[in-house]
Write a protein that binds this ligand. Sequence first.
Ligand SMILES: C[S@@+](CC[C@H](N)C(=O)[O-])C[C@H]1O[C@@H](n2cnc3c(N)ncnc32)[C@H](O)[C@@H]1O
Length: 374
Amino acid sequence: MGRDIKLAFLLWSLLCCASDFEDSISADIAFVKNSWLWRRGLRLRHNANLFHLGGCWMHDSLVQYRNYPYNHCCCDEWKRSYRCWTETPATQPRQTFRYQCCAYLYGPGTPCLNRARDTRLQFPGLPVLKVRLVPSDFPYRSYFPNLLTEAHLLEPLHGQNGAPGPTLCVADIGAGNGVDSVALSLMGHVVVSLEQNARELQLLKANRMLNNVSFEIVSGDFTMTNLTAASLLEANGGQPFDVIVANSLTYLPQEVFFGLLDLVERVGTQDFVWLLICGREVYDLFDTQRANRELAMSRFELVDAVTFANVGNAFESDVQMGQVRVCALQRRGRSPNAWRYRWPRARAKEMVRRGAACKPPLWRCSADSFLSAT
Ligand SMILES: C[S@@+](CC[C@H](N)C(=O)[O-])C[C@H]1O[C@@H](n2cnc3c(N)ncnc32)[C@H](O)[C@@H]1O
């Protein structure tokens, strides 16, 4: 019990106190207007209401969150998620709760379904994606296409104030299964994906084919800067990239991450934007990835940062913990008149300044945005 309290305290202090680095540019939390998945996700099979299912993962306590998050309860094997569904080890777990909480259509939970087969993912404004997520060595988090669609992350680049035009050249570095590349491609952008892992490359190709999109795939290692930069640029018709996407790479060792920074510098246009997912990883208790985030910030200029709520799979831990944060990085040393990325805050349904009342889980920040959806 004492250990639990200490752990709770540790977690709370880690989560509640935003770092100087994170607050250096913006402490905005933006609730996006169209919480499409949230609304759809609330409708479970058999029309059950999620909030009335006691065995589900909507716990108020952070420690409970850590022990019984959506990913663990719904996506892990039955043996591992056992504890989510029974109070005492002697009690038979209530499989029906798992079924009701985890298995529902096209909304939250979808990535956990059809482990062995293709999964359907739906993002606002895009055709339903048919994607293969297994076998993979990496967990899949689904929120980035929602940031692109619901949260209009690329809107500032759409030809205003000298910014690149509506069709953007995007490099998806460390693309993994390629869902982000597919979504970007379906949005009409020219995408080149880079990946080194043979298994991920297979998924990447399969997902490109399943969704009938066309983008270049470069098989390469981003630490081989010269070679890989040349291959990426060649795959893009010799042109540099307007946008860099390199999601979930801050876990890499620093020397490898350095290679990524060198590559980004080499392949981006003069005004490129790197939309770096820069929230603290939920399970990185000691925030070891901060060192890499800081490396990225020192190499490039942090021009904007927004924490998004109400976006993506409402039950993923990062989303619930308020860790879905995007940092827009651009080249240092550009002229003062150069175009700067700024996320269109008018898009937000509500802007919340992080304050005492606004702590994870984020629905506390705005009961209106989170709990009243039907
Ligand atoms: C955590 S996964 C993220 C995948 C994808 N970006 C996403 O967000 O779902 C990291 C990916 O980076 C790839 N990767 C790691 N080191 C790499 C390197 N040196 N060169 C190219 N790809 C690399 C891995 O193979 C893996 O697919």
